[in-house]
Design a protein around this ligand. Structure first.
Ligand code: NAP
Ligand code: ZN
Ligand code: ZN
Length: 349
């Protein structure tokens, strides 16, 4: 079966309309007609080969929502017509300690929704900038939000879980002061989620123009990080900081804002390294520097259900598929409020 998609043939080529193959659903597969797909900065890093190992043609997209159009004979969890989501992975080994713990995201054999290893043509996975996808049911999520919110649910599948997981792991909640650095796709979800978990939320942004928005998103305080004095005034005041910035920057500026035993979690994945942090900023207050990658399937479902219960969706700008190259330019300029989402119905046009 061939379907319309949008992708690139090389790092220096714009994305364009493509026709790709999707497998017929196997016994455990769910076939999904994709309604909307969010646009993550990781899509841009990958399609432009900023990280190593991009395979072409590259069809990005791992914030997928849509409706089930067929299921394999052994599928038990989903039926035709169900509203579902697919996030950053479509397979893993299913038996290692990470998979058994529901942390498939840390499985050595995790298969990304795009650019991952597969027996399907063309030999690597093709993502959600496409009319349809076929995924083993283990990696399909149930969407419980009302259907009219579907486009704004899409970004939860990556931006949502990537911030939810570290907030939960490091116990964001009442009595904790949590910083979110960078107010883009991930950061704006981090603010909403940390607020809903009951934490005191401090947003850090390079953009003075985002101050009001950050407050509306739920930040109790907003600090413009270009203002050294404003940063210094928060020294030793935060329990946890989640850093979503997509470019290298000075980590000590944030480490010094942590209390004793505080943790700075990096989720932003710049193509080139950050300058090394000062050892003394870590050892003086027993601070920790950590990383976190998306989240496992059970936690992704938990996050979707938490968001449905709290009425949380992303703030989005809906675009046509042929608007994706312009959207990438705006993303590079930090001009996203706060997630582009592709209306996949426009792929057919
Ligand atoms: P995004 O929407 O482009 O947001 C990134 C934000 O970082 C910007 O809006 C900006 O916020 C801030 N920023 C400050 N200086 C910047 C600079 N020089 N260049 C770019 N951004 C700058 O990106 P995103 O989709 O949220 O993704 C953020 C990063 O997380 C990317 O590197 C992405 O690959 C990575 N990621 C990691 C995971 C994971 O599992 N760990 C999952 C998804 C994405 P202000 O204007 O507020 O400063
Ligand atoms: Zn992503
Ligand atoms: Zn595994």
């Amino acid at each position: 079966m061939t379907v319309k998609a949008y992708g690139a043939h090389a790092a220096d080529k714009p994305l364009e309309s493509l026709t790709i193959a999707r497998r017929a659903p196997g016994p455990h597969d769910v076939q999904i007609e994709i309604a909307y797909c969010g646009v993550c900065h990781s899509d841009l890093h990958t399609v432009k080969a900023e990280w190593a190992g991009t395979l072409y043609p590259c069809v990005p997209g791992h914030e997928i929502v849509g409706r089930v159009s067929a299921v394999g004979a052994h599928v038990t969890g989903f039926r035709t017509g169900d509203l579902v989501g697919v996030g950053c992975m479509v397979d893993s080994c299913r038996h290692c300690a990470d998979c058994e713990a529901g942390l498939e995201n840390y499985c050595d054999a995790m298969v990304g929704t795009y650019n991952g290893a597969t027996g399907d043509a063309p030999g690597h996975t093709l993502g959600g900038y496409a009319e349809r996808i076929v995924v083993h049911e283990r990696y399909v999520l149930r969407v419980r939000h009302p259907e009219h919110q579907l486009a704004a649910v899409a970004p939860l599948l990556c931006a949502g879980i990537t911030t939810y997981s570290p907030l939960r792991h490091w116990h964001a909640g009442p009595g904790k002061t949590v910083g979110i650095v960078g107010i883009g796709g991930l950061g704006h979800m981090g603010i909403k989620l940390a607020r809903a978990m009951g934490a005191h939320v401090v947003a850090f942004t390079t953009s003075e123009s985002k101050r009001r928005d950050a407050e509306a998103l739920g930040a109790h305080e907003v600090v413009v990080s270009r203002d050294a004095a404003a940063l210094a005034a928060r020294a030793r005041s935060l329990d946890l900081i989640v850093d979503t910035v997509a470019a290298p920057h000075d980590l000590d500026a944030y480490l010094t804002l942590l209390k004793r035993d505080g943790t700075l979690v990096l989720v932003g994945a710049p193509a080139t390294p950050h300058p090394s942090p000062q050892v003394f900023d870590l050892i003086m207050k027993r601070r920790a520097l950590a990383g976190s990658m998306i989240g496992g399937i059970p936690e992704t479902q938990e996050m979707l259900d938490f968001c449905a219960a709290h009425g949380i969706v992303a703030d989005i700008e809906l675009i046509r598929a042929d608007g994706i190259n312009a959207a990438y330019e705006r993303m590079l300029a930090g001009d996203v409020k706060y997630r582009f989402v592709i209306d996949n119905a426009t792929l057919a046009a």
